[in-house]
Design a protein around this ligand. Structure first.
Ligand SMILES: *Cc1c(COP(=O)(O)O)cnc(C)c1O
Length: 440
């Protein structure tokens, strides 16, 4: 028998380590299981001699994630404003405050004056109605696709949805609006051709089986050349409900985006119902917007499916703040002044001097989110060696840049100017950690 101290005996017990105030605070934030796992792993390292027994608590603290959710915040340096893979619209500070406030108990469906049940999200609905006076009534569901499903179910299940062959859209990730509509039990009645559809095509298709006419904005592609289509206004005279799917959340005309339809114009032209998306051009949370005639909107609102598409209180709060609040980050990114972007890019390149060869180059941004496909948004980017793209994606802060023509382009259009400093830090961290090719 030897008398040498067994290091395993001096490794502190789990409950001792967990008493560390930093770990107790972390358990409140991250949940007890994650913290315990971190402690057990650190004890293991101490037993194997990798750590001194006195270092167990420090090692456990160091190995903990920063937050309870695995969702990573990223700086969007792609130049694509509504990047679906990056969560589309970043919420405005007002919308973030509103959703934090709504996280506890709220009066979302309760009348504080008389203590009775109230219309869910009535403040949000009032804000939406106020933003589009041409709408007699409004309703909100989970997303644009849900709005379309609710509309076609309530108006045309077991009947026909008349739609132009030029408007059969696949919206992304393999999802097709045609499949979505047919999944409701409505039958598609396709009219016209890919490039040309006339009023007579619609008129000939309408009969006792017609549930509604659907006009879909071909948001993510363009047909050019020998084309014709029928405006919502002309379809109003055919005696059946006309539904217009905007493919965005544009509520009123936007001069920057002349080809994007908006709710106000469509309703004034005679659409009975407009469906839209809260996190596309509106710049709010994911939501489906329904605006139109009272009788149609009420029919949708009272349909049993409406309950399955009911929108969360956090969404309602963020949407109302978006509707009432100041310009959104989405608006700012779309309207960013090219000269301002260039100045910021030059400052960023200067901050990287001695770290990496950074060149300020013209860079075309895009609306994204399947919107305004023909439109480029002129701007500027800082070009870095290509190896930076992957390193920035896994760095901290996490930056998603654009790889183009063998370069890593850091486009500042969608970067909050308050984040320019953090962005420079992230690039410098990559530059000093790696001997990336092209280093200055
Ligand atoms: C994006 C889109 C939708 C779906 O909206 P989500 O909010 O993404 O569900 C529906 N129709 C068109 C034309 C679209 O572009």
């Amino acid at each position: 028998m030897t008398t040498t101290a067994d290091p395993r005996r001096s490794v502190p017990r789990t409950d001792q380590v967990l008493a560390d105030p930093r770990l107790r605070a972390a358990a409140q934030r991250l949940g007890p299981d994650l913290v315990k796992q971190a402690v057990v792993a650190a004890q293991q390292r101490a037993r194997s001699g990798e750590l001194a027994p006195t270092e167990v608590a420090d090692a456990a603290v160091a190995s903990l994630p920063a937050q309870a959710s695995s969702t990573r915040r990223v700086i969007n340096a792609t130049g694509v404003v509504l990047h679906t893979n990056l969560g589309r619209a970043p919420l405005s500070p007002a919308a973030v405050d509103a959703l934090v406030d709504a996280a506890g108990y709220t009066d979302v469906e309760f009348d504080l004056a008389d203590g009775s049940r109230a219309r869910r999200g009535r403040g949000t609905l009032a804000a939406l109605a106020a933003a589009v006076p041409a709408a007699e009534a409004v309703h909100v569901v989970n997303n644009g696709a849900a709005a379309l499903v609710l509309a076609t179910t309530a108006l045309a299940a077991g009947r026909e949805v008349v739609i132009s062959r030029g408007e059969l859209v696949e919206i992304g990730d393999g999802f097709r609006l045609t499949d979505l509509i047919e999944s409701t039990g409505a039958r598609l009645r396709e009219v016209g051709t890919t490039n040309r559809t006339k009023l007579a095509d619609y008129a000939d298709a309408i009969g006792p089986d017609t549930g509604c006419i659907l006009k879909v904005h071909p948001s993510n592609f363009r047909v050019e050349g020998f084309t014709s289509s029928v405006d919502v206004g002309a379809l109003g005279g055919l005696g059946v409900p006309v539904v217009a799917d905007l493919g965005s959340g544009l509520l009123t005309r936007e001069t920057l985006l002349p080809d994007e339809p908006d709710a106000d114009t469509a309703l004034r032209a005679g659409a009975d119902l407009v469906t839209g998306s809260g996190d596309k051009l509106l710049g709010g949370p994911q939501a489906g917007l329904l605006l139109g005639r009272t009788a149609v909107v009420e029919r949708l609102r009272r349909h049993p499916l409406a309950r399955a598409l009911r929108v969360d209180k956090l969404t309602l709060a963020a949407l109302e703040a978006t509707l009432r609040g100041p310009r959104t980050p989405t608006w700012s990114a779309l309207h960013a002044d090219p000269d301002g972007l260039r100045t910021r890019c030059e400052a960023l390149a200067a901050a990287l001097e001695g770290v990496v060869a950074a060149e300020v180059v013209p860079s075309d941004g895009a609306v994204g989110g399947g919107g305004a496909p023909g439109l480029t948004l002129p701007g500027w980017a800082v070009a870095l060696p290509p190896a930076y793209a992957a390193a920035l994606r896994t760095g901290d802060p996490t930056v998603v840049a654009r790889t183009e023509r063998g370069r890593c382009l850091v486009d500042l259009r969608c970067v909050d100017p308050d984040d320019d400093g953090r962005l420079a830090d992230a690039i410098r961290a990559v530059g000093t950690a790696t001997a990336a090719p092209g280093q200055a």
